[in-house]
Design a protein around this ligand. Sequence first.
Ligand code: PLP
Length: 372
Amino acid sequence: MRPETLAVHAGAEPDAATGAVAPPIHLSTTFAHGPAAERIAGYEYQREGSPTQDRWETALAALEGGAAALAFASGMAAITAMLETLPNDARILIPDDCYTGLRVLAHEFLGRRGIVATVVDMGDLNAVRTASAGGIALIWVETPSNPRLQVADIAALAQIAHAHGAALVCDNTFASPVLQQPLALGADVVMHSTTKYFGGHSDVLGGALVFARRDAHFDAVAHRRYITGAILSPFSAWLLLRGCRSLPARMAWHCRNARVVAEFLARHARVERVNWPGLPTHPNHAVADRQMRDFGGMLSVAIRGGREAALAVASKVKLFTNATSLGGCESLIEHRASVEGEHPTSPQDLLRLSVGLEHPDDLVADLAQALG
Ligand code: PLP
């Protein structure tokens, strides 16, 4: 089945007890069992699993073409659960451009277990090969990356990882499974901040891991989630299921709007560079064209004149809201360097745009007046 159909139908069977077409939200934390803890309907305690969450995980796994999925309380909880299963003193590769939380987690927390996270430009396969020499346990890729929209060749990275007996994990948050299916390209695990496009309405926090195989590693991560408690609430699972149903329709609109905005910005004299993989001038356009169905609703832009010029544009927008996060209906703009803490890695002249579902001409008009 195609993504549009799966998004609507996966995990969407009418409720067996009532025939309800919209899924029920089961809030119960505990489930009746037999005197020797015999499970009656397969459930015991919400921290381990629950019916609404099961539906959501079924939908996620189907959309990513995976064997099984695990839902988490946030994207960071999913990343943490994944990396916590690494052995002490493991070597891993992380992208030079990625969500700040991954970098902070790797350096502040994984280091305490002797895990070395080497930062690599994932678009430079020779650099990845060189950094892998000596052995690695995992390559983490985020493509397109946050906030510079770099695109990495997932199939090539999977080959390098597998040659070392390592796993390739792909953060697919920016693309969503509608635009890109990393497992089909050889990745072992897909990670999502479901807070973004899956939720789609800036009102639910969640994360997910989707596994190519339901193996011992899946069991280890599931056990860790159960014991450490980074579970998604049933209400959040329900909101994510609801968001999932319209994901393909929303993604098509996000992509269409982003193209109009990117092409406008690319022509503007005050703009130094537009990072959107759909532009033929994007350095990784060919890879993006090969492995993505469309190019997404996220873009970033370097404003001529540096930090002050970028902040001046961000302060003049009226329709775009200055806010963090992405993937909602409303368009957002953000000076990433200002929100990345003490040691920002984003360029000071860079603004990140989450292009929403408004009419593209209104978005262009807003940016035109803000750029002056
Ligand atoms: N991955 C990417 C690409 C992100 O943009 C984010 C958050 O912005 C995360 C992971 C972390 O997700 P969450 O905020 O849901 O914990």
